[in-house]
Design a protein. Sequence first.
Length: 142
Amino acid sequence: MLRLAAEFDNYKKRSAKETDAAKGIGKAELAKLLLPALDEFELALSAIPKVMQDNDHVKGVELVYSNILSSLKSAGLKEIDSRGRYDPYRHEIIMTKESKEPEGTIIEVVRKGYTFNDMLLRPSSVIVSKGNASKEIEQEGE
């Protein structure tokens, strides 16, 4: 009888863990579906000329965007930090450019990446440095 009670208790604990995991995956899927809308909001807001920044319609769009973003952040959405060195687990290289920065340094973020409760939803699309072109030319000339 005690063993049956212990098995039932373990079953309840396992079921609660599986339910919590399923809820987390469901929230992450919903956040993933909303990422393109966040990108479009950012694109729309960046395309607005400085002259129109005081427009009530623009302020309304900014408010809707900030409300959606803050709601998703409170649920567990985090933007991936895309400064410094390239990380293959968090960044996706879409192009390389020659620059003054050391090789493998992120020069520009093309599309933001996000995690949801430490689960990768989308990697950041980045442009990475190939290294210094002038040094390579000087070395070839010697």
